[in-house]
Design a protein. Structure first.
Length: 254
């Protein structure tokens, strides 16, 4: 394990960082502002849930077309696009004066964080590793675990100090000034997988071939329940805490 880490620290660190940053656009972070957003914009729980579901579905539809850039663009360019969209969404959320800007900002956060940033990390790891792909993905995926463990409580603390809008503005600055330069530095060197070196390039499936494979739809069905269950709890965590009289850091710490 140690030799593997030393030999591949650059690429594992890139995957870790991208997966960590993807958390800023995921429900367990975004929903921490749900109570403040509902109060400021006069939204009910149902109205905010409908808006959030709508922008999430729209971002998924756009991602289906935008994801193709991962196969054509160099890694540094894709990372710049994902980080730029994520920072724009965070900054827009911090400054949103009306529902239109709020919706656009949430859309960008979902598209870049939940979508493009996450998929960029896994696609690059799959491109960089072959014989040790499982090990590489499992190690880099601790970036997602680290974000889930640290960011909710950190966001609650930042919002208590700066307000929820100030916390999102801080996220935008962190992504642009910290994460983006580091990520671009880490991904600028491509890694050639061992299997490709010895056996030549391996051709992947086209989109049409993937859509024609019945196993794809079984995999999609298997992915749905965890998302429905966890996202529902995460999205309504502020409401759940308020209904029980708990301070926001209780569920965030959990």
């Amino acid at each position: 394990m140690i030799p593997f880490l030393k030999a591949n620290a650059r690429w594992l660190a890139a995957g870790f960082l991208l997966l960590f940053c993807s958390c800023f656009g995921q429900t367990f972070v975004v929903a921490l502002s749900g109570g403040a957003i509902r109060r400021e914009f006069g939204l009910s729980d149902g109205a905010f849930g409908t808006l959030y579901a709508g922008v999430t579905l729209a971002s998924a539809a756009v991602l289906a077309g935008l994801g193709g850039v991962l196969d054509r663009w160099p890694a540094s360019r894709v990372v710049s696009l994902a980080a730029g969209l994520l920072a724009a969404g965070a900054a827009g959320l911090s400054l949103a004066p009306n529902l239109l800007i709020l919706g656009i900002s949430l859309f960008l956060l979902r598209l870049a964080g939940q979508g493009l940033m996450l998929q960029t990390a896994y696609t690059l790891l799959g491109r960089w590793f072959s014989a040790e792909r499982g090990r590489a993905v499992s190690l880099a995926a601790t970036g997602l675990n680290a974000g889930q463990a640290c960011l909710p409580l950190a966001f609650v603390a930042a919002a208590a100090l700066l307000g929820w809008r100030g916390a999102w503005l801080g996220i935008a600055a962190l992504v642009l000034l910290g994460a983006l330069p580091l990520a671009r530095h880490l991904v600028r060197c491509e890694r050639m997988p061992e299997a490709t070196i010895h056996a030549g390039p391996v051709c992947g499936a086209t989109r049409a071939q993937a859509l024609a494979d019945p196993f794809l739809y079984g995999l999609l069905l298997a992915m749905l329940p965890p998302s429905f269950i966890s996202n529902t709890i995460f999205f309504h965590q502020v409401h759940l805490a308020e209904s029980r009289g708990w301070p926001p850091e209780v569920l965030a710490a959990a």
